[in-house]
Design a protein around this ligand. Structure first.
Ligand SMILES: Cc1cc2nc3c(=O)[nH]c(=O)nc-3n(C[C@H](O)[C@H](O)[C@H](O)COP(=O)(O)O)c2cc1C
Length: 300
């Protein structure tokens, strides 16, 4: 059992936003498979169709996606959170987005009654014009958005950061100043693929975000730097597909880990990773996860 921002998790694995998180039933399924908590698909102020296909490709060493934040908007999604809360015996975190602080606050306010356990602010999606990383690169905007959501709710607020900036620490500090209870790092890394036979970009949106195994070292470095600079917990995400990856992320400074792309290998990944972390801790003589969180800083 771990506690993060006042929320209790049976184990440190969490379903990442945007993967299997579009319905209450799919969120509950992942919870039954052993995830310590689940995060919804990012939900915004208006219904949004998303980018044209292809919107996701498997590169073998990771995925490129440009979904474009498709979602039914908060009034139509709140029922899915209610279902997830009823069916899943784990915390349900609502991932939300907007184009400015006011929109974030409206979406959070509109979802509070559905009973999420926390909010995760998506200021980091790399391929939705006017949303996500378009505003998440600006420290002032991140601070303002975080403060606006903290103002309207007592629930914990997590802020999910983009790696597509020169200095992720300055954005993490802005979230902390705005009142964030935790930061989540990282969202996808901006990337592109071109079909050499036709000369066309492969994704419908031309470019998108790289996830999966390829980005693990980028995520580890971001979490390592954030841990050294922030006073709030960090939730690590990016390229985790084994328990060894999760332990590495925790040693960089993550109090818990999210898993996205690796769910493609099967939803049993959460139990496998959680069990692996536990046996690693008992065989290494660690009492609880706090012994390994940030260990690489104490060793270096
Ligand atoms: C298909 C897909 C959809 C995603 N949608 C969202 C989303 O709606 N909101 C968000 O904050 N992150 C989204 N992400 C990013 C993931 O939550 C995660 O930060 C990223 O994929 C890195 O983790 P991973 O390597 O374990 O996949 C998405 C990722 C993928 C692959």
């Amino acid at each position: 059992m771990i506690e993060i921002t006042g929320i209790r998790l049976n184990n440190p694995t969490i379903l990442a936003a945007g993967v299997m998180g579009t319905t209450g039933a799919s969120l509950a399924r992942i919870a039954w498979e052993g995830a310590g908590a689940v995060v919804t698909k990012s939900i915004g102020p208006e219904p949004k169709g998303g980018h044209s296909n292809p919107s996701m490709i498997d590169l073998g060493y990771g995925f490129l996606n440009a979904m474009g934040l498709p979602n039914p908007s908060y009034p139509d999604f709140s029922g899915e959170i209610e279902i997830a809360k009823k069916e899943a015996d784990v915390p349900v975190i609502a991932s939300i987005f907007g184009g400015n602080a006011q929109e974030f606050a409206i979406v959070a306010d509109g979802l509070v009654d559905a009973g999420p356990d926390a909010f995760e602010l998506n200021v980091s999606c790399p391929h939705a014009q006017g949303y996500g990383a378009s505003i998440g690169c600006d420290a002032c905007a991140v601070e303002e958005i975080t403060a606006a959501v903290c103002d309207i709710t007592e629930l914990p607020v997590w802020v999910k950061l983009t790696p597509n900036v020169t200095d992720i620490v300055s954005i993490g500090k802005a979230a902390q100043r705005g009142g964030a209870d935790a930061v989540v790092a990282i969202n996808t890394v901006r990337g592109m693929a071109i079909d050499i036979h036709s000369g066309y970009p492969v994704l419908g949106n031309r470019f998108g975000g790289l996830s999966g195994r390829a980005i693990k070292p980028v995520a580890i470095k971001c979490v390592y730097d954030l841990y050294a600079a922030l006073d709030i917990p960090i939730i690590g995400v990016g390229g985790i597909s084994t328990w060894e990856d999760a332990v590495e992320m925790m040693m960089a400074g993550a109090s818990a880990v999210q898993i996205g792309s690796a769910v493609h290998d099967g939803p049993g990944i959460f139990q496998t990773v959680a069990d692996g972390i536990e046996s690693f801790m008992s065989s290494g003589g660690y009492r609880d996860t706090s012994d390994i969180v940030g260990l690489a800083h104490r060793r270096a």
